[in-house]
Design a protein around this ligand. Sequence first.
Ligand code: BES
Ligand code: MN
Ligand code: ZN
Length: 495
Amino acid sequence: MEFSIKQSHSEKQRGACLVVGVYAGGKLSPAALSLDRVAQHHLSEVVARGDMNGKLANTLVLHHVPGIIAERVLLVGLGKAAEFAAKQFTDAVRASLDALHKTASKDAVFYLTDLAVKGRDEAWKIKQCVLLAAESVFRCDQLKSKPADASALRKLQLGCADKPGIAAQTALDQARAIAGGIALTKHLGNLPGNICTPTYLAEQARTLAKTHKLKVTILEEKDMEKLGMHSLLSVSHGSRQPAKLITLEYQGADKNQKPVVLVGKGITFDSGGISLKPGAEMDEMKYDMCGAASVLGTLQAIAEMKLKLNVVGVIPSSENLPDGAASKPGDIVKSMSGQTIEILNTDAEGRLVLCDALTYAARFEPDTVVDIATLTGACVIALGHVASGLFSNEDKLARELLAAGDEAQDRAWHMPLWDDYQQQLDSNFADMQNIGGRAGGSITAACFLSRFTKDYRWAHLDIAGTAWKSGKDKGATGRPVPLLTQYLINRAAAK
Ligand code: BES
Ligand code: MN
Ligand code: ZN
């Protein structure tokens, strides 16, 4: 879809559809009001008749509006003006897009960017409109023999009453790049395990590196062996697919500026291994590489927007399958850090690949390391599908990530990482065991990782509940690309 910002008055605008808002009680938004004047009060009559009551997310398509050159006018309810905040705005935009896609409109002009949203500026509104529009046309039908029905909509203009400033144009450019990153993340996430293997992810990284001039390095199992990554390698023992450690380096700032390193869990299928998972919904464990996919999506987005920052992506990738060579409960392995791990449950494999990748991350002399992982079912129990779990060894970093998530409508919630939980990982036979029991499962997983991140500022995002949706709407969400890109944009701006 094509996006642009257009300075124009709604009443003079041509096109297939103009989208304007109506508050509860019938008060027209500024753009709706100027349409109404030209249309000899046709809009206010429709509202007075009761066909559009202004209830949040109600929509009504009007044809042949007198005095208006555009083919259609779409009215969307905004709810009470006093309560109109970020969530109401995105609900109204989503509803408008749904209604718009049901019409045959090839292009539309959105006049929702002129609505006052508590605490949010024009750049924010532009970004949200672009991301929501991109989401509304996303289809995952490459593997169907016939493509799914697509919307006719090709062009979306964001109407502004005033001349758009640099901030608006930057917001539009960034939003396009972020939408592309989200689409890549969703696409990779949705691919089945028989296509999206560690080797496939490595090829994707190579392609990304070529298009965006990134440096790419792929470590093979023999390379990892030499580095002593026996924890990571213990996970791929049961698989016919070789593990890969993928590194992508984006240099957008001075060579000497320390990078942000993003580490993404890339388990392309998690059966649990010998500690086999139950069969129900096991297909969803193809999504166990969504952390990795979000790293690729984020790197693509920031490379496209030419962000002035150095960022490294590290992706430990493997399958987790049962087999005669697979790790067994009770096995003890030595990690790259030298610490030994008793594998009491082969299904707690994410932390086993991440710990070696986190040790490896130190060689980039990072300013900050953020890992992203579909790490624990316990995180889904704690936070549901709304917030990602956030853990950090520095409160300031946690606050920055929380703020970025809030701004990007991709929220995280700060979870504790207190030493009090560490003892749950005590082992009689090794330096630690890889599980800490049912109590506080997402926290003990983070505690495990914290033992490998002592030398740098670090945060961990558990995206088990937010990376994909189950049921009728099954599909990857692209989260937390919005949070990560916003965090990096904020960092680049602070420099
Ligand atoms: N990939 C899973 C976590 C997961 C489970 C994400 C369900 C989303 C939905 C991870 O590898 C895993 O299996 N974790 C175990 C850890 C346990 C054995 C300590 C879990 O959460 O059950
Ligand atoms: Mn697992
Ligand atoms: Zn897993």
